[in-house]
Design a protein around this ligand. Sequence first.
Ligand SMILES: Nc1ncnc2c1ncn2[C@@H]1O[C@H](COP(=O)(O)OP(=O)(O)OP(=O)(O)O)[C@@H](O)[C@H]1O
Length: 543
Amino acid sequence: MEKSTSQGPKRNLSTGSIDDQYYSSAVEDYDINRNNPIGYGASAIVYSAIYKPLNKKVAVKMINLDFFERNQIDEVRRETQLMSLSKHPNVLRVYGSFVNESILYIVTPYMSAGSCSDIMKTSFPDGFEEAVIATILKQALQGLDYLHKAGHIHRDVKAGNLLVDEDGTVSLADFGVSSSLTENGDRRGFRRTFVGTPCWMAPEVMKHADYDYKADIWSFGITSIELATGNAPFAKYSPIKVIMVTLSNDPPTLDRDSTKHKYSRVFKEMIDQSLQKDPSKRLTAEKLLNHQFFKFAKKKDYLVTKILQNLLPLEQRPHKRVQQKPITYTKGGDTWDFQETDDITSNSEIRSVTFNMTSDTGELPTSEEDSNTATNVPPKKSRFLFVDQATIPEPGTQLTLSGPTTPSDTSLTQYPPHSPTSPNEEQPQQSQAIIKGRFSVTESDATQLEHESHRPSLEREQSNENLTDKKSRFEVHQTTTHPAAATVNNDSKEDAGSADIMTTEKPTSDEKSTSTKKGRFQVQTKANSSTPSSGIKHVELRL
Ligand SMILES: Nc1ncnc2c1ncn2[C@@H]1O[C@H](COP(=O)(O)OP(=O)(O)OP(=O)(O)O)[C@@H](O)[C@H]1O
């Protein structure tokens, strides 16, 4: 990555193909079509442009570096260099990259059909037919095989990163960049952020276990389902729910009875082999390429006749700026943060909900572990049992909190009533339906505190109208039967007692399922000293 210079580039007199030409680091050399973006990523806007010295159409991805940390930018520099060295027909070339006035420009070939996700959204909302999928996936797998053999993990395989050119070539895009750009904080691996949804994320990545190139094979399997149905499994769920379901349920599979197109058993089998929860059971890209399914793959011009012919030009397609959710894993804190933001490129308000998974075994952490991680985790935490409301009866009306009147897809209820002397006594009542873990919530804004005479309750609702697709609300009710610390920070002690919490995430419009997360905690509330009953600076829920 070079610093932009208006002096003009030093021209490379290489006699190689046009793609091997030197691409300038002077922004003036690019006639960028800023009126018509061709795509939005979580942290980038992509435009078409004419590279004037060669009169060649290219794509320019622009990323505002003001929102990233120094070490992230260094990482991008490294990754972009790596990408520019990757030369394989199915891995998107990077012609060059440079920084100009805090904007990182990444210049790549213009892939005139856009991404597979884009093609599906505009023309094939229910997915592609099988031979088309085989033709796309075979090329993608060849690109992955190349990267893996070169020792790289792509880390972001999804239909949105499979770009298609006018001749039917499919290239893996975004190798390394999005993950490195969003890698937050310490480069030694203490903190890792993903932007987007975790739908494509392998379970071992979610569990922050060591992972390797096999994580890409899981994502590849998810992408296969995406190409067959138009969406990744669980695409409508909130990030926290995607993680819950992925870790607790059997791997997703292709439901051949519910798809618009007819798919073979062989296709389903290939998907199932990619979506093994145990990475060692997943095939390598090389072995997967020998799978019978890829015998259905055709030459790349098959894509031209089957899917590219009547596509609107990229610039004329409606492109929505997607609301993406940065998800951060903090090593040591065993924490995933899910942040919601309405516009990543502006300094928008960010709300975060942090979901703490327990150890790989799914066991509840000990109190000691909790105190060890307390410094790393956001202010609220509690243990919970995730249960499905249909399988675990509610323990009693006391714990079935009257809460939000809006329908909910997920709620968190403390259960059973708190008993601080035996913090580990809660056990799954029906083992298979339960995931154990800890739950953390971070709120940085003021929340509403309500006091009732015998049963103080705290209710807070995210009401930022900018957060269009997900809202959450939770309440804490204190009971008087068990001791706990509930402190208002104006130096006056409030009633002690155990607390019940219910978090409700407002569902996306067409999501109806319900699940409940249960746990126990003590509650400590710290209120704004001047207005103790109306403004809470933060709330701590501790074991
Ligand atoms: N070289 C390209 N040619 C044509 N279209 C492109 C090109 N690069 C990106 N796009 C379009 O722009 C969209 C956004 O690309 P970008 O790589 O920024 O984001 P993403 O991969 O979808 O998201 P994220 O960065 O969150 O992984 C792509 O989905 C694709 O439709």
